[in-house]
Design a protein around this ligand. Structure first.
Ligand code: NAD
Length: 368
């Protein structure tokens, strides 16, 4: 059977620095686990603009459509701030998401015990937290028509339209149920069916997909405002949360911050299954290119490493290896290894990006 294929787009700023550490993990997988990936690399963002005059070349886009998964570092930086909107680095990322039709955005919020003090919530509320927010990414109020600023009588009116078709709701619901089956088998769907017709339809369709296709998964429904409250009151009650684009935008940011540093947060965006049954997929850390620390060896590579762990689990059916990698990260943190962003008030000496990557590989070795 062909090796699984991975396209690496390291991008700008700290992107290449954190990706170097992921490449150490990929090499380790080949050497020690006999798992070899066909890895190709290309440009996205500012570096692609520098070479091609566009933030994503057509050839790169075509490659992204062919591989089993894309792993992206970060794009952007002050050098590109004054470019025309159409060629800004972020447009490269948006083109990937749009043309791969990545409708399901997975944002885990996982709190490693060693970092529980970093949360703004009490330690016992967040320690051991492991939830997944599934946000619909390609429809809803950010895309619905009509939209715009119009004049009515003698004043202006701003209009956006929340719009969801049954099939758009059903496909993201399926994505959430599939995830739940690999986790703790619970889905909570959030909308505002009490005040929005699109919410009524959302609830009906999620329930129907559940009853017809996933009756073994536990499903509950919650109004999104209550969901926000419950997320900070008792986040551990959740396993998978599925919600629309707007509510998901807010809820996933709030949930992410339960766990501390931006340098720790991975994400995945999944699309429809390809011919081989795997979903189209883009994995990337939540953070940006961090120009303030780029080139200084200070970046925390864990968000990018954990994004690769998500790829192992969701694109390559290597759930055990994903868990091994996550446990290695957990071990390193428990051993007190910290990049600068993870230094608490008690201080200490931070390690470099490269030393953090080496520590993760050492923990992987120790896991054998
Ligand atoms: P940012 O995420 O790059 O940085 C915010 C803060 O977090 C900075 O102080 C940075 O040093 C720190 N930080 C981020 N990642 C870190 C890591 N791995 N380790 C340690 N510290 C880390 O956000 P920003 O400063 O608002 O944006 C910088 C550039 O990145 C902009 O050009 C922006 O458009 C772009 N951006 C790209 C993406 C992406 O590629 N997905 C996402 C957000 C921002």
């Amino acid at each position: 059977m062909a090796n699984p294929s991975l396209l690496i787009l390291a991008g700008d700023g700290i992107g290449p620095e954190v990706m170097t550490e992921v490449k150490k993990v990929i090499a380790w997988m080949g050497d020690k686990r006999g798992i070899t990936f066909d890895v190709s690399e290309d440009l996205v963002g500012g570096c692609a603009y520098d070479k091609h005059g566009v933030p994503l070349h057509d050839d790169t886009m075509a490659k992204a459509q062919e591989v089993d998964a894309v792993l992206l570092g970060a794009v952007g930086g002050p050098k590109y701030d004054n470019l025309d909107f159409s060629v800004k680095p972020e447009r490269g990322l948006l083109r990937l998401r749009k043309e791969m039709d990545l409708f399901s955005n997975l944002r885990p919020a996982q709190c490693f015990d060693a970092l529980a003090d970093f949360s703004s919530l009490k330690k016992d509320v967040v320690a051991g937290l492991d939830i997944m927010i599934v946000r619909e990414l390609t429809s809803g109020v950010y895309f619905g028509e009509p939209r715009g600023i119009f004049t009515e009588g003698n004043e202006r009116v701003g209009i956006n339209t929340q719009r969801y078709t049954e099939s758009e709701i059903a496909r993201v619901a399926r994505s959430a149920f599939e995830l739940a089956k690999r986790r703790n088998n619970k889905v909570c769907s959030m909308e505002k069916a009490n005040v929005m017709e699109s919410g009524i339809l959302w609830r009906e369709v999620v329930q129907k997909v559940h009853d017809e296709e996933y009756p073994e998964v536990e499903l509950s429904h919650m109004y999104a405002d209550n969901g926000a409250m419950q997320l900070v009151r008792n986040p551990k009650q959740f396993d998978v949360i599925v919600t629309d684009n707007l509510f998901g935008d807010l809820l996933s940011d709030a949930a992410a911050m339960l766990t501390g540093s931006l340098g720790m947060l991975p994400s995945a965006s999944l699309g429809a299954p390809m011919a081989n049954g795997r979903p189209k997929a883009l994995y990337e850390p939540v953070h940006g290119s961090a120009p303030d620390i780029a080139g200084q060896g200070k970046a925390n590579p864990i968000a990018c490493v954990l994004s690769f762990a998500m790829a192992l689990r969701y694109s390559f059916d290597l759930g055990e290896e994903a868990t091994r990698l996550e446990k290695a990260v957990e071990q390193v943190l428990a051993d007190g290894v910290r990049t600068a962003d993870l230094m608490g008030p008690e201080g200490g000496v931070p390690v470099s990006t490269s030393a953090m990557g080496d520590a993760i590989v050492a923990a992987l070795n120790a896991s054998l």
